[in-house]
Design a binder for this molecule. Structure first.
Ligand SMILES: [Zn+2]
Length: 400
């Protein structure tokens, strides 16, 4: 069922060739392959790359496909959090329906792996997680979804949320989330100790939203680094945004980045337009594993974004002042293979034995493909064609 022969593709923009997929894995790459009784697709000479990877998004937040939401407000982070918590129910934001819409658009645009945070708070308890677990199950085989149990409204400032996170992890959330241990929870030691305790109890990795700027963020990051070392959790801790590594002070930032690299802490960036972000080029040069994500898409927080990792790659590329071809190739790699690596999923690549998770993209070269605005000609997940020219080909699944 997952056997497929794709003719005339250019893996990583190389020479045109064929690719044979058997049992969901790449079985052969070479010219004029022969395989009887296997479905054949014509790649028409397009570039093939590993599946795109959205390593930081919020499938439970989007208003995509609903009426235009006109209630967005300005204000600080707390105002945005409160507005969303208050608006979800009056808006009729059904998490299963909305996360299906969001994830299906990502699939149609070539995404094979998603890490999505889900809000866990007093008002909604575990209902948002339940909606997203249904989506993960419905889309099994079409996309792999990692779920982060995320205390969006705070952890230490809201007694009881710790127990809800504990329950969420027992129910099937894959990753322990956190949010601004200093500026939101006002108690970084207690907040981080709680997060690491949950991770140890459930044997699961960590992904902490760290919006804290400047010296405060650097202090919190040091506390995360210290605990990562003390708990032997190298390779299991991620920090999302990490704006403090974007501050213009190399004397402070460079040693911090070196420690992040040494403890194999993963960084997830979204190229946030409203903040200074850590340099993608500098992080990758140090060997830090970096994932990229669309973050929230057209939600109560903001009207921007598209459920398309190449759209996000362009934002991240512009934010990081990327111009040269080698930088654009690094950008594309971070949006696909690199993101999977940062998320700890099986290595993606277009080599024999690798998972047959790949997408075709338009362009002459990889650098060109990173900037070209175009639909994906063919999307393959586990050897199965899941989308063609931007339209889903998933039997029994329609866009809600
Ligand atoms: Zn986020």
């Amino acid at each position: 069922m997952t056997d497929l022969l794709i003719r005339n593709i250019r893996p990583m923009a190389g020479t045109a060739t064929d690719m044979l997929i058997r049992d969901g894995r790449i079985a052969a790459v070479g010219p004029n392959l022969v395989a009887d009784g296997v479905t054949v697709e014509d790649g028409n000479g397009a570039i093939a790359i590993p599946a795109l990877v959205d390593a930081h998004t919020h499938l439970d937040k989007t208003t995509w496909g609903m009426g235009w939401y006109a209630g967005r407000k300005g204000g600080d982070l707390q105002d945005l959090i409160d507005n969303e918590r208050n608006e979800r129910i009056p808006l009729g934001l059904d998490v299963h329906r909305q996360s299906m819409r969001h994830a299906l658009q990502l699939i149609a645009n070539g995404t094979g792996h998603i890490r999505s945070h889900v809000d866990v708070d007093h008002d909604h308890k575990l209902t948002l997680l339940e909606g997203k677990l249904r989506t993960r199950e419905a889309l099994q085989g079409a996309v792999d979804i990692q779920i982060v149990a995320f205390p969006q409204s705070g952890l230490m400032i809201r007694p009881g949320v710790y127990d809800l996170l504990d329950e969420a992890l027992a129910m099937g959330a894959d990753v322990v989330g956190g949010l601004d241990p200093s500026s939101m929870d006002r108690d970084p030691k207690a907040s981080l100790d709680a997060i690491f305790r949950l991770a140890e109890k459930h044997g699961k990795p960590i992904d902490i939203h760290l919006h804290e700027y400047g010296e405060l963020g650097a202090f919190t990051l040091e506390e995360i680094i210290t605990r990562t070392r003390a708990h032997g959790m190298q390779g299991k801790v991620g920090v999302s945004h990490c704006f403090c590594l974007g501050m213009p002070d190399p004397h402070r930032v460079d040693p911090l980045m070196e420690q992040v690299a040494r403890e194999d802490i993963r960084i997830f960036t979204t190229g946030h337009p409203s903040a200074e972000v850590p340099s993608l080029q500098d992080m990758r040069a140090l060997g830090i594993k970096v994932g990229m994500g669309c973050d929230g898409i057209r939600d109560t927080w903001g009207p921007w974004g598209q459920p398309d990792m190449l759209h996000r790659a362009r934002i991240v590329g512009m934010k990081n002042r990327m111009r040269r071809d080698d930088e654009l190739e690094l950008l594309l790699d971070t949006a696909s293979r690199g993101g999977a690596d940062a998320m700890g999923v099986e290595a993606l690549g277009l080599v024999v034995g690798a998972l047959a998770d790949l997408t075709l993209v338009a362009g002459e070269t990889l650098a060109h493909a990173a900037v070209e605005e175009s639909t994906r000609p063919l999307v393959v997940k586990g050897g199965r064609v899941v989308a063609r020219n931007g339209a889903l080909t998933l039997p029994g699944i329609t866009m809600p």
